[in-house]
Design a binder for this molecule. Structure first.
Ligand code: A3P
Length: 288
């Protein structure tokens, strides 16, 4: 498989060379957004796929056909990945695009274009656990080693895709500059219907009860786990080793409690306080 062992470095962060090249990253950094574009922005494992599915259902008015027939990475392609140019549909209407890139790379172009941004954040302890398991599955990511070693690199910000803290703080810092909607994975869990209603209002597409009902059913963890267009079972075993686990792994809030030792929890809490300070994230998670 292509470039499985290659790491690209861009804007100070490491990215898997299987998915990114210098050229694809340059294309992303200079991409001419339109005011009608909707960009889903996340640090990996924060609910990216979930938001892709929610926005698919929102724009299809609850019709499940696109979500059941087109893979998520084609419905909302990743801006920075090599296949983006071919995947982007040149529709007259909205274009759904996904990215993990930091705010300092995309902020100016987004501001100029007035494209809409949906930023999803998740409790970083759960992100670390989910990312660790994903490393075991994804052959284009380095061997994570032990959870303890991985967690140390996650806290340092030397894992692929860079620092969670910098990503979240960078995008939170765009509050005034961009047309941006912030939501957390935990809020989606708590009230998916309410979150979808607020998203509909933000995107200028108020949702009726039927659309909301269909969206709720189709975007449940169980429905998505069983949908081949979104559970990554279509990806060949050379790229994702499905014997190591599922992409749709647990889909719960607070799984970190099953993984963190008291020492790891204390270390994480200290680094979180130091790095986040008063960053202003309305975080519905408890760190303790
Ligand atoms: P876990 O590994 O904790 O299960 P991303 O799409 O950003 O890579 O995030 C993947 C994480 O979101 C995985 O977390 C996955 O199970 C979870 N997820 C995806 N769809 C979900 C849903 N409908 N409900 C809850 N969690 C979901």
């Amino acid at each position: 498989m292509d470039r499985m062992e290659v790491t690209e470095t861009f804007a100070g962060i490491s990215l898997p060379g299987h998915l990114h090249t210098k050229e694809s990253l340059h294309f992303a950094a200079t991409f001419p957004f339109r005011a009608t574009d909707v960009l889903i922005v996340t640090y990996p494992k924060s609910g990216t796929t979930w938001m892709q599915e929610i926005l698919t259902l929102l724009y299809s008015n609850g019709d499940v056909l696109p979500a059941k027939t087109i893979p998520n990475w084609m419905r909302a392609p990743w801006l920075e990945q090599t296949y983006f140019r071919d995947a982007l549909r040149d529709t007259a209407g909205h274009r759904l695009i996904t990215t993990h890139l930091p705010a300092h790379v995309l902020g100016p172009a987004l501001q100029q274009s007035r494209a809409k941004v949906v930023y999803v954040a998740r409790n970083p302890k759960d992100v670390a656990v989910s990312f660790y398991h994903f490393h075991r599955l994804a052959k284009f990511l380095p061997d994570p080693g032990s959870f303890d070693a991985f967690l140390a690199r996650f806290l340092e910000g030397t894992v692929q895709y860079g620092s969670w803290f910098e990503h979240v703080k960078g995008w939170l810092g765009q509050r005034q500059a961009l047309d941006i909607f912030y939501i957390t994975y935990e809020e989606l869990h708590q009230d998916l219907r309410g979150a979808a209603e607020r998203l509909g209002a933000f995107l200028g597409r108020p949702l009726g009860p039927e659309t909301l009902g269909s969206l709720e059913r189709h975007c449940s963890f169980a429905a998505m786990r069983d949908n081949a267009m979104v559970n990554y079972s279509l990806i060949p075993a050379e790229i994702m080793d499905h014997s190591q686990g599922r992409f749709m792994r647990k889909g719960v809030v607070g799984d970190w409690r099953e993984h963190f030792s008291p020492r790891q929890t204390a270390l994480f809490d200290r680094v979180y306080r130091e790095r986040m300070g008063d960053a202003g994230l309305r975080a519905p998670w408890t760190l303790a």
